[in-house]
Design a protein around this ligand. Structure first.
Ligand SMILES: *Cc1c(COP(=O)(O)O)cnc(C)c1O
Length: 385
């Protein structure tokens, strides 16, 4: 029998804090928590706990930010993807094309919807390679789920034109990409739906789980509002049997508060990333992950680049107090959970290479200039040895 599964997340947050230059910045992020607690305290007095005014208000503000007509708050980013597919009628017997270089949730959401994920290798920007999508399309293909990895937008003009040609839906996994854009059009506004997460480690974060779906389609918006709330049109009438995946009202209050800080968060991350780009670009052992799409605004949810002798570098950086992290060492097609589909090493060489060489350096909004200097010094030092 398998060992009992521990709740490993709390442990992970604690161990992240061991590094002076870390990926975890939550204490600083919520240093004004009293303000938020006051708003929550007002909510408790009102007793407006589920889908209250705070949810409406946040949904509207968030949709305005992304530039879509509707925002539907849900329980998590995973549910945002799953409910999007469900509302589009994607389910058993259908195939959904996506990246093997993503977080587990992208694939979990497709599987939960009952559909079959079909992996498409990534390009040198770590995003799904549009050149390789068409070969995978057959009569079962219903949707593409592009993932804007690290916050760098996928090539949406190419992906949109493929989707139009083959009549496929697009559900954007924009969980890394709050505030990213192409030619000032926001990630999450290109597809039939755009899906976002407010997990504590995302750029716009809350005190637990939360997510939202953005769309311009009024019918989808209506269906999604039904699906997330038991299919109810009112207290006594159920139109379709659905789910319970609402954005918590408490989390909506926190999310709305954080929305006011998003420019600061993203601009700081961009400046930090730019600094590191400049300092690392001349090192032969480092490959900066650049995209082929121009006029892109990146939100640097993470700052992953490709490094020679990655594991040794990581160990070295950790030893000097820099919390360099791997997002993620095993691509989806090589996960235990994917065994049933029969993929093997070699199937997606670019994703596999990325998994072997990727390392994320901290660039969050509270990193100081001396810390950035220390990171650069560490990397440079390592390759000089
Ligand atoms: C975080 C994340 C999700 C899921 O978000 P949750 O809110 O944690 O469910 C989905 N896709 C990607 C790429 C993510 O990073």
């Amino acid at each position: 029998m398998d060992k009992e599964l521990k709740n490993f997340l709390p442990e992970q947050y604690l161990s992240d804090n061991e590094y002076p230059i870390n990926h975890n910045y939550l204490e600083a992020q919520f240093s004004d928590k009293e303000e938020i607690l006051k708003k929550i305290s007002e909510l408790v007095s009102r007793g407006d706990f589920t889908l209250g005014a705070a949810v409406d208000d946040f949904e509207k503000s968030f949709a305005d930010l992304i530039g879509t007509k509707f925002g539907i708050g849900v329980g998590s980013g995973t549910d945002a993807i799953f409910l999007s597919l469900k509302s589009l009628g994607v389910g058993p017997g259908d195939e959904v094309i996506t990246s093997p270089f993503t977080f587990y949730a992208t694939i979990g959401a497709i599987v939960t919807a009952g559909a079959m994920p079909v992996f498409c290798d990534i390009g040198s920007d770590l995003n799904i390679n549009p050149d390789k999508i068409e070969n995978l399309i057959n009569e079962k293909t219903k949707a593409i789920v592009p993932v804007h990895w690290a916050g760098k937008p996928c090539n949406m003009s190419r992906i949109n034109s493929i989707a139009t040609r083959y009549n496929l839906f697009i559900v954007e996994d924009a969980c890394h990409a709050i505030g990213s854009s192409i030619n000032n059009k926001r990630a999450g506004s290109f597809g039939d739906t755009g899906c976002f997460s407010f997990h504590p480690l995302k750029n716009l974060n809350v005190w637990g789980d939360g997510g939202i779906i953005c769309t311009d389609n009024p019918q989808l918006a209506r269906d999604l509002k039904l699906l997330r709330n038991h299919g109810l049109i009112n207290r006594n009438e159920c139109q379709i049997f659905g789910y319970n995946s609402r954005l918590d009202t408490i989390q909506a209050i926190i999310a709305k508060h954080m929305l006011g800080k998003l420019s600061f968060i993203n601009e700081s991350r961009r400046a930090n990333a730019k600094f590191l780009d400049e300092k690392l670009q001349d090192l032969d052992e480092v490959t900066l992950v650049n995209g082929d799409v121009v006029n892109v605004t990146h939100s640097y949810h993470i700052y992953p680049q490709l490094f020679e002798r990655r594991d040794e570098l990581k160990e070295y950086l950790n030893s000097i107090g820099v919390d360099a992290k791997i997002h993620y060492p095993i691509p989806m097609h090589l996960q235990k959970a994917a065994k049933i589909w029969g993929y093997k090493r070699g199937d997606f060489p670019v994703a596999e290479l990325a998994a072997d060489k990727t390392l994320s350096l901290p660039v969050h909004e509270f990193i100081t200039k001396p810390s950035l200097d220390r990171i650069v010094e560490g990397v440079t030092q390592f390759y000089r040895q």
